[in-house]
Design a protein around this ligand. Sequence first.
Ligand SMILES: Cc1cc2nc3c(=O)[nH]c(=O)nc-3n(C[C@H](O)[C@H](O)[C@H](O)COP(=O)(O)OP(=O)(O)OC[C@H]3O[C@@H](n4cnc5c(N)ncnc54)[C@H](O)[C@@H]3O)c2cc1C
Length: 454
Amino acid sequence: MADVVVVGAGLSGLVCARRLDEAGLDVLVLEARDRVGGRTLNEPIGAGRVVEMGGQWVGPNHAEILRVAAEVGVDTFPTHIAGQHLFAHAGRTSRYRGHIPSRIPLGVLDFRIAQARLERMARDIDLVDPASTPLARRLDTLTAETWMRRHMHTQSGRRLMRLSIKAVLATEPSELSFLHWLFYIATGGGLDSLIRTDGGYQQDRFVGGSQAIALRLADDLGDRVRLSSPVRRIEHRSDGVRVHSDAACFDAAAVVVAVPPHLLTMIEFEPALPAACNQLSHRMPPGMVTKFVAVYPEPFWRAGGLSGHATMTDGPISMTFDNSPPDGSPGALVAFALGDDARALERLSAEGRQEAVLDRLVELFGPRAADSVQFLERCWGREQWTRGCYAGFFGPGGWTSFGGTLRRPDGRLFWASAETAVHAHGSMDGAVSAGERAAQEALAAVGVVPPVVR
Ligand SMILES: Cc1cc2nc3c(=O)[nH]c(=O)nc-3n(C[C@H](O)[C@H](O)[C@H](O)COP(=O)(O)OP(=O)(O)OC[C@H]3O[C@@H](n4cnc5c(N)ncnc54)[C@H](O)[C@@H]3O)c2cc1C
């Protein structure tokens, strides 16, 4: 019998298990996939180099993931951003510097005024319980799209704001609760912090790829991590839990479920979860993102004075970055298809998607972009054990009806995952802090430390 079973070997579950292990508990991690890391994933691009197909960037305010990376000996390096960026809008591509394209001054002004207003409103958000923010219900029943239509005055400004929302949450503003958008701005330390490279969320990457952190955490835990062990059923009683996976069935004093809320529908609970918790699992859908990486012998765009970063308001991809390894060899461009664009690309064959993405890269970076030596794609909506990314978000009414159950323990059941984080919600940093918090709760439940005061 283990003290605690952790379901899911993403960053959240692995960090939780590490803390429980450090406290002297007997811990077991059950992972559905045949690998660890969940939404972080490295793909080889030759000569021992990798690119990240899942979460990859960290910013200066991501202290939790940076601390864990340092603990397991994974360094960071700056995202390559030197040079001019590209902005493709209304059929024309132009160059710019800074982090907002300046070609459409009225649109930029409209965007900046809206940003200031959003950041003012975000300062009032109660991060621990957004539903108790003043006027929460009113904010929660609006979509971000409705707010933009009411409060922004130019089509180009709205297109910039739509692009920012898609880039940050991988969802359409029409699907998103306005309260969730404000919460996300607050949890990320402001809109600039969310969209910036220097000084923001995209500032740094991990040497050897972000999945290296999960791989090292799992190495340290050794055979206490069981792969290919999807958890199908959890029986929970006042004196313990029984966790049924495809591999075996395990008894423990407590269980930490470290999977995103929408995947709870794939686990049977006995007795059934409270109604609000059951419903929450249907009310926090993930965004939709397909990530493409085109690999080249060298980062040829740098010689032309380009950074490799491009933003586009008219699809089929919305942004690109230079994703080459630290020494720039080989060259790699990462491209993101987000929300409806990613859904539209799913209707094409793999060859059709590759052609559509490379054609767009050629329009942006010139004919050499057609000559990729390797082309990778990862549609996270197609992944059985993820089903969409970057993270779960709330649509209209979600926070005020279901937010209160997001991380509330139920007897011997505890909840982790990036979606349960207060700070840097939905990110790798959030995954780590949620894992640490759930570990503290589980330790209190088995009597190792006093209960956590929330
Ligand atoms: C394309 C993409 C880009 C992103 N970009 C960034 C970024 O640049 N910076 C950033 O900070 N974040 C980014 N993110 C988000 C970040 O990767 C995630 O928030 C974080 O990795 C989530 O960790 P987690 O442990 O909470 O969840 P997950 O990584 O999803 O881990 C959950 C684990 O549980 C397993 N599982 C699910 N169901 C079961 C079951 N029934 N039984 C057993 N195991 C189960 C899954 O296989 C998975 O391994 C991105 C994500 C994606 C996909």
